[in-house]
Ligand binder design. Structure first.
Ligand SMILES: [Zn+2]
Ligand SMILES: [Zn+2]
Length: 192
């Protein structure tokens, strides 16, 4: 197993087809755009699934640093912007690798999977992961370079103390309710 995939699996907690998909996308980006030390790469991910964890682990585009933007369209599309190049790669994972796995997964989520099918699913899952890891880039990824406006850098805002709960919060996320300046959480409790 490749080092990057190993690390991504540790971060994510398991290996799965989704993680393998994200790994292939991240690997491709790594070969074309250097890894983000700080914020020079920004990834806009159009899904909230396992693949995003591979992106965080391998490319250093993370929720905490603010250089990961989740725009959940339920699509395996990742646009990775490089501040150095002022260009972005838009990568769509087009590989049709799931065979019969989706149907089995749906049955599993409905609690309708028999023991035989469970075994079948496990086998198929490993096979799908292998397929994803060994396929050629051009069979999996549809890539084009795109021009997008430079994403805003993560900003630090001053803190305020919430006049309801007393906890500090980022000023820009404040609300006013009943004559008090409050955090978003208290706001929702006070007006809803
Ligand atoms: Zn997963
Ligand atoms: Zn509060």
């Amino acid at each position: 197993m490749d080092d990057d995939f190993q690390k991504a699996a540790e971060f994510h907690g398991h290996t799965c087809p989704g993680l393998a998909m994200g790994y292939r996308v991240a690997k491709y980006v790594k070969e074309h755009y250097p890894r983000a030390k700080d914020e020079e790469l920004v990834c806009i991910a159009e899904n909230k699934s396992c693949s995003v964890d591979a992106i965080q682990s391998i490319l250093g585009c993370t929720a905490g640093k603010g250089n990961l933007i989740l725009k959940d369209n339920g699509k395996q599309v990742f646009t990775v912007y490089s501040r150095d190049k002022d260009k972005a790669l838009r990568i769509y994972f087009k590989g049709n690798v799931f065979r019969g796995l989706d149907a089995l997964r749906q049955k599993l989520s409905l609690g309708e999977l028999g023991p035989e099918e469970k075994k079948e699913m496990e086998g198929l899952r490993s096979k799908v992961i292998e397929d994803i890891l060994s396929a050629k880039d051009e069979d999996l990824l549809s890539v084009r370079e795109v021009d997008i406006p430079a994403p805003e850098k993560a900003r630090i805002y001053p803190s305020l103390k919430c006049q309801e709960c007393g906890e500090a919060f980022m000023e820009i996320l404040g609300r006013t309710a009943k004559g008090k300046v409050v955090c978003k959480d208290c706001y929702e409790k006070m007006v809803c």
